[in-house]
Design a protein around this ligand. Structure first.
Ligand code: NAD
Length: 508
């Protein structure tokens, strides 16, 4: 399907002619190198965006910090009104932005639209939260004293995002950080700069209408700009979403300046299927988890541990489901799997399947790059020997490759699932209440997300999202994840006329 990128950009308020000069932030033209963005479905150039040079980046951060001084003093529910306006604009432009996400990133249209819906949902959540940034009151041990904690805005937050959720991950961070009273500077993935420019235009409109322009800024760039952020003492918090190797470097740099980092890194997510599982549910969930977004979600299903009684049947049904997956133009009705994001991603997919073969894995379905323009591959189902002898399954390959393992029982499945170094998402399919509860218990899954009878992929924004171990420990979106974007202050107030010291200490 031919979708005109210029028409989409115009609908989103971005003039394609000015594109090369506007992308440090609304108030300043960028002067760095030009970045080419490709259409992953054709391999052709989709657009060009000028990146922020070091001087642009510095000016953007200074500008955001200056705006923070006023923004932090605006009452939180009034800040919520600005985020509500952003949510309205996103509703208004959902179709165009969703299509742009599909065009530039390659996910199918319903997922592109779903990503924008997630932005709208988090704006709604943030608006409600803007009246609930509450602290506790504690009992003081001293007479006529009161103790309480309160939460203050943290400052200017750096947000570095990955290509695979080019707009939603920004929104998870920024909608919440904004109602918390922070200013933000966003460095998007260089693979999806058009999406970030389009979002920034909507931000600028919403915030200018409320005399708050410049609170949320953009600095388009690659790895170097990410390093500027990691090292930047003007940013008390850097939220980083991306791969484990890059996250490790970023965390080390931020740690060395004793800054705060919020890390949302790679996953290696598993589904356990027990003999008593509803296979209809399991097959649909695993297929969506492994094939959806062409296996390019941090929560994509990469490993299945199937109990021996049903593993044969499960494999047959998965093969039948894979046969029905239509691969092609992500914007075309009926397509279930679009392309990978880059040519390099195709090479990594091929290399992983070569390693799998060398280690005794057997490809049961798919496994080949498609001979057509763009970066298309077939989803691959791989029967795998024991996990500890199969090193490729210990890594996250960001592609639609699913490894199938047999296990004897639940204990073996949990041990194998938890053996890897990542800890993002996990799921069990069973009709046994005991098995499900064990999976969710302290001796069960060690992941940040543990599901029963739904797959690993497709979290809702109401819960805190994130993972353990090498996934980085960060939590974003719902629940009390907002606390990461604020500073906690403990206050003790003496309303008496004496000065008793804590712990009964006597002095003077
Ligand atoms: P990536 O690590 O290559 O890049 C992520 C971001 O880091 C990009 O903006 C990139 O420009 C920037 N970057 C690169 N080098 C940098 C450096 N040295 N210093 C600072 N920043 C640098 O990841 P990707 O390929 O864009 O995304 C895929 C990865 O992201 C996968 O591993 C996936 O699991 C992970 N991811 C995790 C979550 C989560 O919530 N846990 C969500 C989405 C994606």
């Amino acid at each position: 399907m031919t979708v005109d990128v210029n028409r989409l950009l115009e609908e989103l308020g971005v003039s394609s002619e000015g594109m090369s000069g506007v992308c440090a932030s609304g108030f300043r033209e960028a002067s760095g190198a030009e970045l080419e963005t490709l259409n992953p479905s054709t391999g052709e150039v989709l657009g060009r965006v000028r990146t922020a040079a070091r001087a642009d980046y510095d000016a953007v951060v200074d500008h955001a910090r200056e705006r923070f001084a006023a923004w932090r003093m605006r009452p939180a529910p009034r800040r919520g009104e600005v985020v509500r306006r952003l949510g309205e604009l996103l509703r208004q432009h959902k179709e165009a932005l969703g299509a742009l996400v599909s065009l530039e990133m390659g996910k199918i249209l319903s997922e592109g639209l779903g990503e924008v819906q997630e932005m709208i949902d988090i704006c709604d959540f943030a608006v409600g939260l803007s009246r609930q940034l509450h602290g506790l009151t504690m009992a003081s041990e001293r007479p006529r004293h009161r103790m309480m904690e309160q939460w203050h805005p943290l400052g200017t937050v750096g947000v570095i995002t990955a290509f695979n959720f080019p707009v939603a991950v920004w929104a998870w961070n920024v909608a919440i950080a904004a109602i918390c009273g922070d200013a933000c500077v966003w460095k998007p993935s260089p693979v999806t700069p058009l999406c970030s420019v389009a979002v920034q235009r909507l931000v600028e409109q919403a915030f200018a209408e409320h005399e708050a322009d410049g609170v949320l800024c953009l600095a388009v760039g690659g790895a170097e700009a990410g390093e500027w952020m990691a090292d930047d003492v003007r940013l008390p918090l850097v939220s980083f979403t991306g791969s484990i190797p890059v996250g490790r470097q970023v965390a080390t740099r931020i740690g060395s300046r004793l800054g705060r980092s919020l890390l949302e890194l790679g996953g290696n997510n598993a589904v356990v299927v027990l003999d008593d599982a509803d296979l209809e549910l399991a097959v649909r969930a695993i297929t969506f988890g492994a094939v959806g977004t062409a296996g390019q979600r941090c929560t994509s299903t990469r490993r299945v541990f199937a109990q021996r009684g049903i593993s044969g049947q499960l494999t047959e049904r998965l093969i039948a489901a894979y046969e029905t997956v239509r691969i092609g133009d992500p914007l075309e009705e009926g397509t279930l799997m679009g392309p990978l994001s880059t040519r390099e991603a195709v090479l990594r997919y091929e290399a992983a399947l070569r390693s799998a073969g060398e280690e005794g894995g057997e490809v049961l379905w798919g496994g080949k790059a498609l001979d057509r323009p763009g970066f298309f591959v077939e989803p691959a189902l791989v029967w795998a020997p024991r996990q500890h002898e199969f090193s490729i399954a210990w890594k996250e390959t960001f592609a639609p490759i699913l490894y199938l393992f047999d296990v004897g029982d639940l204990d073996e499945a949990i041990a194998a699932q938890n053996a890897v170094t990542q800890g993002l998402s996990s799921a069990i399919f069973t009709d046994s209440m005991r098995a499900a509860e064990q999976f969710l218990s302290a001796m069960g899954s060690d992941c940040g997300i543990a599901n029963v009878n739904i797959g690993t992929s497709g979290a809702e924004i109401g819960g805190a999202f994130g993972g353990e171990k090498e996934t980085g420990g960060g939590r974003e979106a719902g629940s009390d994840a907002w606390k990461a974007y604020m500073r906690r202050q403990t206050c003790t107030i003496n309303w008496g006329s004496e000065l008793p010291l804590a712990q009964g200490v006597r002095f003077l």
